[in-house]
Write a protein that binds this ligand. Structure first.
Ligand code: PHE
Length: 350
């Protein structure tokens, strides 16, 4: 070392020699990490040297700072190089190993996909939002009021027998239909508005191929002025054509639901035979799809709306039923049965 070298140069050089030697000696990643911490960590040897700059005379600081900085850089670079070498050596060792066969196919991670119920629901949500509907999510645990009374079904009403109910100890219930969201929506929005609320509903009944205790519906509700059966029919025709992506004939038959007046069962032309008659439509050319009707004045009142000013239509689409029709599922219990073999039949494109 030349005689003009400042006194601290010795320390810098010593630190460089020690750190670089330690790096070379570290032959696995854990050891290298230890060396890195010992040199560059908060209490590391190089860090300590960097901090020393503050103790030096002003005239020396610049030169010292540069030397310490370049020490730090040198050690950092050496560590990076060593790390790359260790990794490369590990891969080379694996490839060298006779028991390793790089031509074997790798493990294919299993790909998930959406459940057919979700897929159809998402598709319908898209159709409805494109037509200006909001998509709402309401509780599955409901009050007796929202599920029944507000919908013109008082306790004594025989219509309660149409929907066997899971009652909770609290006096609440598991909603028996998505219509339970109707008055909630009326309170939530200022009319005019249109919304759908898809979701799970529950019925306390024995199960068979076409009945499950848990299934999915999609409620549609539109509130406006001067809404008539003509609007209802026209809206349904448009919606169903959008859903089935072709012109769909619809017909209404009278249907009784206490919360609509008049109430209807809506049939669509059979999508399998096009209306000529087949086993799916029992040779009639028509398939029952959804109940609907004009919102009953009592329901509007329960929702805080004046029936002289506002009217509306509502429908309750059986989402589970639609999925079954679409994919030819013959037993509703398969949908939520949790059998992976069933859902795996619905990978993209199915
Ligand atoms: N909520 C009714 C049911 O589940 C269906 C329905 C909805 C009927 C809206 C008319 C209007 O049976």
């Amino acid at each position: 070392m030349s005689s003009e070298s400042p006194a601290w140069q010795v320390d810098i050089d010593a630190a460089a020699t020690a750190a670089l030697a330690a790096v070379t000696e570290a032959t696995d990643l854990a050891a290298l990490r230890e060396v890195e911490v010992a040199a560059l960590g908060r209490k590391g040897s190089v860090t300590a040297l960097m901090k020393r700059v503050g103790t030096l005379a002003k005239t020396e600081r610049r030169a010292y700072g540069a030397a310490a900085g370049s020490l730090r850089q040198q050690v950092t670079a050496a560590i990076e190089t060593q790390r790359d070498q260790i990794r490369a050596a590990a891969i080379a060792a694996e490839l060298d190993d006779d028991t390793f066969d790089e031509t074997l196919p790798g493990l294919n991670p299993a790909r998930g996909h959406v459940h057919p119920l979700s897929r159809v629901r998402l598709e319908l949500e898209e159709v409805f939002t494109s037509m200006g509907f909001s998509v709402l999510d309401y509780p599955e645990v409901e009050s007796e009021f929202d599920n029944f009374e507000a919908l013109n079904i008082p306790g004594w009403h025989p219509a309660r027998d149409m929907q066997d109910t899971f009652w909770l100890k609290s006096g609440h219930l598991l909603r028996t239909h998505t219509s339970a969201g109707q008055v909630r929506a009326m309170h939530q929005f200022k009319p005019p508005f249109r919304a759908i609320f898809p979701g799970k509903v529950y019925r306390y009944e024995s199960t068979d191929a076409s009945h499950d205790h848990t299934f999915h519906q999609l409620e549609g509700l539109m509130i406006g002025r001067h809404v008539s059966v003509g609007h209802l029919l026209d809206s349904m025709r448009t919606l169903l054509s959008a859903i089935f992506k072709r012109d769909v004939q619809v017909r209404l038959r009278p249907g009784y639901f206490p919360f609509v007046e008049p109430g209807f069962e809506l049939d669509i032309s059979c999508q399998v035979c096009g209306g000529d008659g087949c086993s799916v439509c029992k040779q009639s050319g028509w398939v029952e799809l959804l109940p609907c009707g004009l919102v009953h004045p009592n329901v509007l009142r329960a929702g805080g709306l004046d029936p002289d000013e506002w009217q509306g239509w509502a429908f309750g689409l059986g989402l589970s039923r639609l999925v079954m029709m679409r994919y030819g599922v013959s037993d509703i219990r398969l949908l939520l049965g949790g059998d992976a073999r069933f859902v795996e039949g619905f990978h993209a494109g199915a």
